[in-house]
Design a protein. Structure first.
Length: 297
């Protein structure tokens, strides 16, 4: 149902399966028809006592709710035991992001490396920073998703929904130069449909984990603490820097592929800091002093 009706990705389906397996191991039952509200609440309490984050607990509860909803809709159970269970309150930390200079340093350092894997990272960082793609979207990006004439990329995101994202001219020039480097990751006398193919990965393209590890190595080379960088930080940087340069929220929402604009609004908390700095530095009263203050000076 998750795959056919909701279009969930393989990663989402795997996460749901893991969460449900963990729940059923706790419940010590194999028959879903005997599930009840108390068992679910005890499971959540157990997760809390073991130090699981509220966000993680909420995700696991979401999987259970979706499962129980499915059972109820299929008339496998008479009542939905998870229907009225509330998710734990979550604090929403502000997204981490890098400065434009740090992004530039990462691209330059990786492009200058003698390691072809690190050189490839340069192309991926620039494309990710230019489009705001998720890492899962980037590594599996097919060659035919690129439109060099219109300078656009077609991205299939969550729920198999397609979005068209404009790409800066410099990023496309980088992609043109990348073609020769790309051949190092394609088996001899064969072809690959992926922009970032892999010689070893069963998926046929670079994996998220491989990109993550190479990105951490690059951070060390650039003098950036590895804990400050991740693929998602690059995505956050894309959105933050666009809003800091007066892009409208709706456009950023579409490029990020957010279904709900409230998800995108978290970036306005970051840009509000820049607004405060602007007011403090640019407002006429920022450097105003009264006659009394001048006499005291």
């Amino acid at each position: 149902m998750m795959a056919a009706e909701k279009g969930a990705s393989q990663n989402s389906i795997a996460a749901y399966e893991n969460d449900l397996r963990q729940f059923f191991e706790f419940a010590a039952v194999s028959d879903a028809t005997v599930l009840n509200k108390t068992t679910i609440e005890n499971f959540l309490q157990d997760l809390h006592s073991r130090g699981f984050a509220a966000k993680t607990i909420a995700r696991k509860l979401s999987a259970i709710k979706e499962f129980c909803k499915f059972l109820y809709s299929e008339k496998i159970i008479a009542d939905n035991p998870a229907q009225n269970i509330l998710s734990p309150k979550q604090t929403k930390p502000l997204p981490k992001f890098l400065s434009p200079q740090e992004i530039t340093d990462l691209i330059a350092a990786s492009a200058a490396s003698e390691d072809i894997r690190i050189q490839r990272i340069s192309v991926m960082i620039e494309l990710m920073y230019a489009t705001g793609m998720r890492i899962s979207e980037l590594v599996a990006l097919p060659l035919n998703a690129l439109n060099f004439r219109k300078m656009q990329v077609s991205v299939f995101g969550k729920g198999s929904k397609e979005r068209i994202v404009p790409v800066a001219e410099h990023a496309f020039k980088t992609l043109e130069k990348y073609e020769q480097l790309r051949q190092n990751f394609v088996k001899k006398n064969s072809e690959s449909p992926y922009l970032f193919p892999s010689l070893t990965a069963t998926e046929g393209h670079l994996t998220r984990d491989a990109f993550y590890k190479d990105l951490k190595k690059l951070a060390v080379i650039c003098g950036i603490y590895p804990s400050r960088i991740s693929p998602h930080v690059l995505r956050h940087s894309f959105a933050t820097h666009l809003l800091n340069n007066n892009a409208d929220l709706r456009s950023v929402q579409k490029m990020l592929g957010h279904e709900n604009i409230t998800t995108t609004e978290i970036y306005t908390h970051i840009t509000s800091q820049k607004l405060m700095e602007t007011v403090c530095n640019k407002h006429p009263l920022a450097h105003y002093s009264t006659t009394e203050e001048k006499s005291n000076d």
